[in-house]
Design a protein around this ligand. Sequence first.
Ligand code: SF4
Length: 398
Amino acid sequence: MSFVAELNALPLEALLQSSLSTTHDAARRVLAGSASSVNDFAHLISPAAGELLEPLCRRSQALTQKRFGKVIRLFAPLYLSNECINNCKYCGFSRDNPILRVTLTVDEVVREARALKEQGFRNLLLVAGEHPKFVSNHYLVDCVRALREEIPGISLEVGPMETEEYRPIVRAGAEGLVVYQETYDRASYAEMHIAGPKRNFDWRLETAERAYAAGFRRLGIGALFGLSDWRLEALAVAAHAEYLLRNCWKAQLTISLPRLRPCAGEFEPLTHIADRELVQLVCAFRIMFPDVGLVLSTREPAKLRDGLIPLGITLLSAGSHTEPGGYTGAGKEHLHRTERGRIVELGASEWATARDGGVHATGQFEIADGRSPQEVADLIRRLGYEPVWKDWDAALMA
Ligand code: SF4
């Protein structure tokens, strides 16, 4: 049975009500014991447990140090393309947004990767909008092949594919696949995804399972907080993680906790999760899933990221750009604008500015932590942790 059937059978509303009416005693009981069910998780994210934030943080910190040691893995997103055939109301890359777009050539991708390698990164997340014409699985295979000798840790965050389409990408050397459901609330999902293949909720929900079947050894999931009630999303993510740990047990699992950021299209978040609630959520995921990696990106401001490092986060991005070519200026020679999905060439003066480096492809969203990777690594050391740039090499599989 796929997770689609499990999600359909999950009493999400009842779990949400159970969370909202959790007593302090019930929250304390789960905190003192072991959380082993989605119902226990509902207690951990309850308003009552929110008033026990200190002991929650202490438990999460102790578990994280026991399972992961005092290390933080660092990675960087490398945007390959901001072309997209979907209209997602909350995303800067949406098809109908009149933005500057580009798909990097394989040589340009290598240039970007080398710039990130110079900064220390050995784990890269290749990110692209969903556009089979520009970002085909053949293109992705070529990118991974071109990078694998220099970059030991390559993961992808791209449009969902069939298992058979993933296999050559895995053979080329990619190890991880990240796919966020964005929202697990079907009604909200239908409202947010107004055009394109992404409208198919179930197809997206089964992506991690198809990726596992194709041989990816790291799987990443998450919800984009700001589209539906945060507790409802968190309950569904917990159920999804629990399913994947049971059914895709050979893979390492990570959970990301992205909150919506400003982007082209100027979408405003529909719901809010406060900083304090985000801290509670990180701790709840750690207590429920002691061995799962928890990811925090540069969407969050520096102060909050620094505070969360000792509490349960195990993977951080740093120095991120969300536009293709953002690290070196690569790709500016073939920038174009799109209007309602149609390509419109740049005018002469825009070309001249682009060639001088004054115009870039549009980013997916604004980042909040603009510190350099070295600044983030120094901060990690000052907190008594070790920044880890590389934790995997293909030779380990030989
Ligand atoms: S969220 Fe993904 S699929 Fe949707 S518009 Fe943005 S890049 Fe495209």
